[in-house]
Design a protein around this ligand. Structure first.
Ligand code: ARG
Length: 247
């Protein structure tokens, strides 16, 4: 009957079919968000999300095609089919969830603060920064920016096109504090921040990170969640976690 026919059509309409027939998994991300997606000296993309993206392509029997794209336009780019999936350290927010479908979270992070040394001891939490005399930086279009606007609204905000620039501004003393995801600031502090900054490393937001796809595709979502649980069960997750997050 028509109901049965409709079911078959639905299964065929999964975006998975397009990925398989194209022979490519096109993965959208913005490189520069350590340790999830970065570019090494050779120009290759590396990181936690990238290792998962490569494994996913392999599991599908297709080629991994990285698509490096600006973070503030990443959701519109997914919606207009510039790539098949966002694997870019994206925090699940209710606002974003109205536009995209998220797989189960693969890690939980939160906002932390990299503070210029001149405020060591006087600024102890984000609440102490809620004053126009403080200039705070973050990367535009991120939850770092959102949390400044919502939770530290009186501070002066300066948004940047990359998290690296936003961090350097604070390290160089041109701004007072960077507000950003914990893993990123942890690496930045260890590599360039010591002696010049203080890392306030207690997260003040709750941010599950997840891969995102276009809505209305239960088969693709099912694939992603089972891929993630398989990767947790067979040791791959732990291997990649130890390689990028713990070290
Ligand atoms: N978790 C933050 C957010 O979702 C920052 C992610 C930035 N990711 C990137 N690849 N640049 O807004």
């Amino acid at each position: 009957g028509p109901a049965f026919g409709a079911d078959i059509e639905l299964a065929k309409k999964s975006h998975i079919q397009k990925i398989l027939s194209r022979g490519e998994l096109r993965v959208g991300f913005e490189s520069g968000y350590m340790p999830f997606e970065m570019t090494n000296k050779k120009g290759d993309f590396i990181g936690f999300d990238i290792d998962f993206a490569k494994r996913m392509a392999k599991a599908m029997g297709v080629k991994f095609v990285p698509v490096n794209t600006s973070y503030d336009g990443i959701i519109p780019a997914l919606v207009t089919d510039k790539f098949d999936i966002i694997m870019s350290g994206m925090t699940i927010t209710q606002e974003r969830n109205l536009k995209v479908t998220f797989a189960d979270p693969y890690i939980v992070v939160g906002q932390t603060i990299l503070l210029n040394n001149k405020h060591a001891g006087t600024v102890k939490s984000y609440k102490d920064l809620n004053d126009p005399k403080y200039t705070l930086t973050s990367r535009m279009g991120t939850t770092g920016e959102q949390s400044i606007k919502r939770m530290i609204p009186k501070a002066t905000y300066k948004g940047f096109e990359s998290e690296a620039e936003a961090g350097l501004e604070v390290i160089n003393g041109k701004a007072d504090a960077l507000v950003y995801d914990l893993p990123f600031i942890g690496i930045l502090y260890a590599s360039q921040g010591q002696g010049r900054t203080v890392f306030l490393d207690k997260p003040f937001t709750y941010e599950p990170l997840a891969w995102a796809i276009n809505p209305g595709d239960p088969d693709f979502l099912n694939f992603l969640n089972n891929f993630l649980s398989q990767s947790k069960g067979d040791g791959f997750y732990e291997k990649v976690y130890n390689k990028w997050i713990l070290s």
